[in-house]
Design a protein around this ligand. Structure first.
Ligand SMILES: C[S@@+](CC[C@H](N)C(=O)[O-])C[C@H]1O[C@@H](n2cnc3c(N)ncnc32)[C@H](O)[C@@H]1O
Length: 213
């Protein structure tokens, strides 16, 4: 999977997450899973919290060689939305971008074959999650780093198609195994598909699918 060209100026960097080890580990995981992704023949793909757009752009570039799919990105930060659109264009892919809080405005009848989330996962005080500064939104995860991602989880079974794939970035402090257990109540199975230790952080990529009988 080709790493997209991402040009962020000083002003972008004040509020938009610069692609980092977590972004690149997620791209690596999608690349390692590419045969599975191709098999799912995705028509609708969604990234929640797209930041610079590096991940959804990498996915769109790779999948576009095989299928004409629809790529949607959402972010709470309007500057991130603008940059995601631009990075898509710079890399000759069309990303449909919407500013929203998680998936609040996604219609119930819309389902996605691939959903990706690299959430704000850093353990912080709960108050920091409410900090209105946009750059804080990139990392502040509250208690156990779980407060933002936990709000999304119950919606995943509703927006994921029956053979859809959900990819999530976590760190050790988020307790990836307990996240996998949380999804069991919605008849979804999860597994750690890769992990990497980087500068005091242990990153994990989880993949979830619906359990079909
Ligand atoms: C760790 S960054 C990841 C950015 C990008 N996906 C990447 O991997 O480089 C987290 C992103 O989630 C966005 N975000 C945080 N809270 C959000 C929310 N409630 N709804 C939508 N996006 C949110 C942030 O603005 C930020 O762009």
């Amino acid at each position: 999977m080709e790493t997209p060209i991402v040009k962020l100026d000083i002003q972008d960097l004040e509020t938009v997450y610069e692609p980092s080890e977590d972004s690149f580990l997620l791209i690596d995981a999608l690349e390692a899973d590419f045969e599975k992704l191709k098999k799912a023949k995705p028509v609708m793909c969604l990234e929640i919290g797209s930041g610079s757009g590096v991940v959804i752009t990498a996915l769109a570039k790779a999948l576009n060689r095989f299928f004409p799919a629809y790529f949607m990105a959402v972010d709470i930060n309007s500057n991130a939305c603008r940059v995601t659109k631009r990075v898509g264009q710079d890399n000759l892919v069309d990303i449909n971008v919407l500013q929203m809080d998680l998936i609040n405005l996604v219609k119930k009848e819309n389902t996605f074959d691939v959903v990706i989330f690299n959430p704000p996962y850093v353990v912080t005080e709960s108050l920091e999650v409410l900090d209105q500064r946009l750059i804080s939104k990139t990392w502040a995860g509250g208690i156990d780093g779980r407060e933002v991602m936990d709000m999304l989880f119950p919606h995943i079974p509703n927006i994921l198609s029956n053979n859809g794939l959900f990819y999530l970035v976590t760190i050790k402090q988020n307790d990836p195994i307990s996240i996998i257990n949380v999804f069991k109540q919605w008849k979804m199975s999860g597994e750690i598909i890769c992990d990497r230790k980087i500068r005091g952080e242990h990153l994990y990529i989880l993949r979830f699918v619906k359990i079909t009988l």
